[in-house]
Design a protein around this ligand. Structure first.
Ligand SMILES: NC(=O)c1ccc[n+]([C@@H]2O[C@H](COP(=O)([O-])OP(=O)(O)OC[C@H]3O[C@@H](n4cnc5c(N)ncnc54)[C@H](O)[C@@H]3O)[C@@H](O)[C@H]2O)c1
Length: 495
């Protein structure tokens, strides 16, 4: 196998020639393993031999890099930037990785425990990775960059570093594997690198939990391209959990969505988990009546929402067949805002369709105006109502879920939780809030309602409060302030 390597900075590594890049061919066809650990201050990237590289963007090369938080100012210098490529889709696609001579690398620290985060460079994934690091977890991020940029990894590390400079204490490890979570051979290799043998020869993974964000998420795109959604969000999920099962990794947090409630919001002003269940349940209604619900969800309006429902159903069946799994389906309402550091934000590839990313593009001058879809809903101002929740609260919800799972506090082997605030705000209110914090007018026009949209969608978040000890702490105004700080300090676009 031909293994090539490249180093950022000329820090000597035992066993490697003291040059910037090079290749070694050991004459074997051995598949790559992913064991990797970098000396502090050194940035390295590796991927499999060219034979395993495919041109398809979705089956990206296996590229893994590991870093802890950048060292503090005044101690040793920051690591040389790993990837200086500008964040454009074409450049990212063309980004070339280099294999690393494996023999020269120290192994993954078997004693350390990791949380595997798929889609870890995306909007919610990056914020959750940061909260995990701030809580003391080591993280292993998997992302194929289909809707994110590699530089997000450095921003996560930078934000974690700022946190530990403020609070003190050692920063945990972060590792990034740039690959498709559906690439089962590559994922197997990654998991193998995190597996050790107990003294009695039982294999043991140092991955103690998985948070699965990787998916496609655009409602309207899913109406045009349903199979793309079923392939990534469902077929991939089935193979992935089967692989985790083989590695005895059985704590799993699934990104679900309020989309599973579909049009039920028309009859229920607020939505509780029992409005969509996978086995018969009973609950006590506000009027004191005991209500019985049958399994299933009615009124899902689009393929994306169905992938979340099917995903939950598959995981529910798995947990019923093997209660040693602990699976939590977190149904997010409408995450908005960004981390208070201003270093992370929602930065999708392509044209966004969610409200707040579009507002951002109007503020930065990339779009001329905001389209408001429907001003004739039966709401006070005619625009649709959603439960907008600060993304850092959503991220913290994952820490609460993980903690509950690891402490054995989850009452069933599969359990769903709404992550929302319990308060609805209209689209017009969000636009007004952004205008207030930015002191800028946001040009807008009214367009017709879009297929697949619903009038109102607001959570009852009591279950998460009682069983996970979690509730949203930040307001819509907080989210707008954080977002505006990010835009202003980052001098985004035309600001
Ligand atoms: N943002 C929302 O409003 C919202 C609401 C409810 C649920 N969700 C769900 O939360 C999860 C995360 O959402 P987000 O807003 O962070 O989306 P995002 O697109 O910003 O993040 C998803 C990340 O997954 C990566 N990815 C996609 N397919 C992959 C694959 N096959 N292999 C590896 N990486 C892959 C993308 O590159 C991206 O970085 C998704 O499952 C989404 O359906 C999001």
């Amino acid at each position: 196998m031909k293994s090539c390597w490249r180093r950022a900075g000329l820090v000597p590594i035992a066993g490697l020639p003291n040059a910037e890049r090079g290749c070694i061919d050991d004459g074997t066809d051995a598949p790559p393993t992913v064991t990797l650990c970098f000396p502090p201050g050194l940035g390295l990237c590796r991927c499999p031999s060219p034979i395993l590289l495919r041109n398809s963007f979705l089956s990206l090369s296996l590229a893994v890099m590991t870093l802890s938080c950048p060292p503090s100012e005044g101690s040793s210098p920051l690591p040389t930037p790993l990837f200086s490529a500008p964040s454009t889709p074409e450049t990212e696609r063309d980004y070339d990785c280099f294999d690393l001579a494996l023999a020269a690398l120290p192994p993954v620290n078997a004693a350390a425990q990791y949380i595997l985060v798929t889609g870890g460079l995306g909007y919610i994934g990056s914020h959750t990775a940061l909260e995990l690091l701030k809580t003391g977890y080591n993280v292993l991020l998997v992302d194929n960059l289909s809707n994110s940029y590699r530089e997000v990894f450095e921003r996560i590390l930078q934000a974690a570093k700022q946190h530990y400079e403020r609070e003190g204490g050692p920063c945990p490890q972060a590792e990034l594997a740039c690959m498709d979570y559906r690439d089962t051979p590559a994922m197997r290799a990654l998991l193998a690198a995190h597996t050790t043998q107990d003294p009695d020869s039982t294999p043991r993974s140092n991955i103690t939990g998985v948070i699965h964000f990787a998916a496609y998420k655009e409602v309207h795109d899913s109406l045009r391209n349903p199979l793309k959604y079923y392939q990534n969000n469902i077929s991939g999920l089935v193979d992935f959990v089967a692989l985790l099962d083989q590695h005895h990794i059985k704590t799993f947090i699934f990104s679900s969505s309020a989309n599973v409630y579909g049009t039920q919001s028309a009859t229920h002003p607020t939505l509780r988990e029992e409005h969509c269940v996978h086995r018969p349940e009973t609950y006590c209604a506000p009027d004191g009546q005991l209500m019985a619900v049958e399994q299933g969800c009615t009124g899902i309006t689009n393929p994306y929402g169905r992938t979340k429902f099917f995903g939950e159903a598959i995981l529910s069946d798995l947990a019923a067949s093997d209660p040693s799994w602990t699976i939590l389906g977190l149904r997010y309402f409408n995450p908005v805002g960004c981390d208070a550091s201003g270093l992370l934000a929602e930065d999708p590839r392509g044209t966004p369709s969610n409200l707040v990313p579009v507002v951002v593009k109007v503020l930065t001058g990339e779009l001329l105006e905001l389209s408001i879809y429907g001003d004739d809903w039966t709401t006070p101002d005619g625009t649709a109502i959603r439960d907008f929740i600060h993304v850092s609260d959503v991220a913290r919800g994952h820490i609460a879920a993980l903690t509950a799972a690891q402490e054995g506090r989850v009452v069933e082997s599969f359990r769903t939780f709404n992550l929302g605030t319990g308060c609805g705000h209209s689209v017009a209110e969000v636009v007004a809030a952004m205008e207030t914090v930015s002191q800028r007018a946001i040009p807008r026009r009214t367009a017709g309602r879009r297929p697949g949209d619903v009038e109102s969608c607001v959570a009852i978040a009591d279950r998460a409060a009682v069983e996970l000890g979690w509730k949203a702490e930040r307001s819509l105004q907080d989210a707008c302030h954080d977002l505006w700080r990010h835009l202003r300090d980052g001098k985004a676009g035309g600001l």
